[in-house]
Design a protein around this ligand. Structure first.
Ligand code: G3P
Length: 217
């Protein structure tokens, strides 16, 4: 399972990349706004900076919602760097645009996916990645991890090539559950990734080993 970081914060991207286990980055308009990027050129420059840090796919989301505009915006984003993946919302014009990008050799990530039916449409359109938002599903009283299992089963039965990118991750447990459910990729903020390191018995065990090491001079 690949690890992507879900942020536009360059320091956090560097920190995750320095761990040596980072395979890519995802962003969305909310995450870009959070780091204070304003204006089209600044947005393009920010994606270029991210792509320079990480050797892997970088999802850049379109702000448009009509077919022609999504295609035009996506072409500009894809031209920034070979690793840019155009992130397109799960709407009717988005599906049409996904198919256009597929036919024109541009990688895509279909975002805002909350059902197996939406995931089937994204795969039919040839999306490189499909992003089910598991945390937001949990927030609305459904089971996000169960959706990952369902999509994994359908994609395997049908032979769809689209990779399942579990998004809206909220905890280290989500990451473990997604690995178990058959996700190809998780995209997570930095904290849940670092949370995977933690176990009190590791801390207690290390403290004892270091104490005993001192007695040996
Ligand atoms: O990038 C999309 C997704 O990961 C958003 O997560 O926490 O805003 O639901 P969240």
């Amino acid at each position: 399972m690949k690890f992507f970081i879900d942020t536009a914060n360059l320091d956090q991207i560097k920190e995750a990349n320095d761990l040596g286990i980072l395979d890519g980055v995802t962003t969305n308009p909310s995450l870009m706004a959070k780091v204070g990027v304003k204006g089209q050129q600044a947005i393009m420059d920010h994606y270029a900076k991210i792509a320079e840090i990480v050797d892997g796919d970088v999802s850049a989301e379109v702000f448009s919602t009509t077919f022609n505009e999504i295609v035009e915006e996506g072409k500009k984003l894809a031209a920034i760097h070979p690793n840019i993946v155009v992130k397109v919302p799960m709407i009717k014009d988005g599906i049409k645009a996904l198919k256009w990008f597929t036919d024109n050799g541009i990688k895509t990530n279909c975002t805002l996916v909350f059902s197996a039916g939406q995931a089937i449409l994204a795969a039919k359109a040839g999306a490189t990645y499909v992003s089910p938002f598991i945390g937001r599903i949990d927030d609305s009283n459904w089971d996000g991890v169960q959706l990952i299992e369902q999509i994994a089963q359908i994609y395997s039965l049908q032979g769809y090539k689209t990779e399942i990118l579990a998004a809206s991750i909220r905890s280290p447990l989500h990451i473990v559950q997604c690995a178990q459910a058959g996700a190809d990729v998780i995209t997570s903020p930095l904290d849940p990734i670092l949370g995977l390191l933690k176990h009190p018995l590791t801390d207690i065990g290390l403290a004892k080993f270091l104490e005993d090491a001192k007695t040996m001079g």
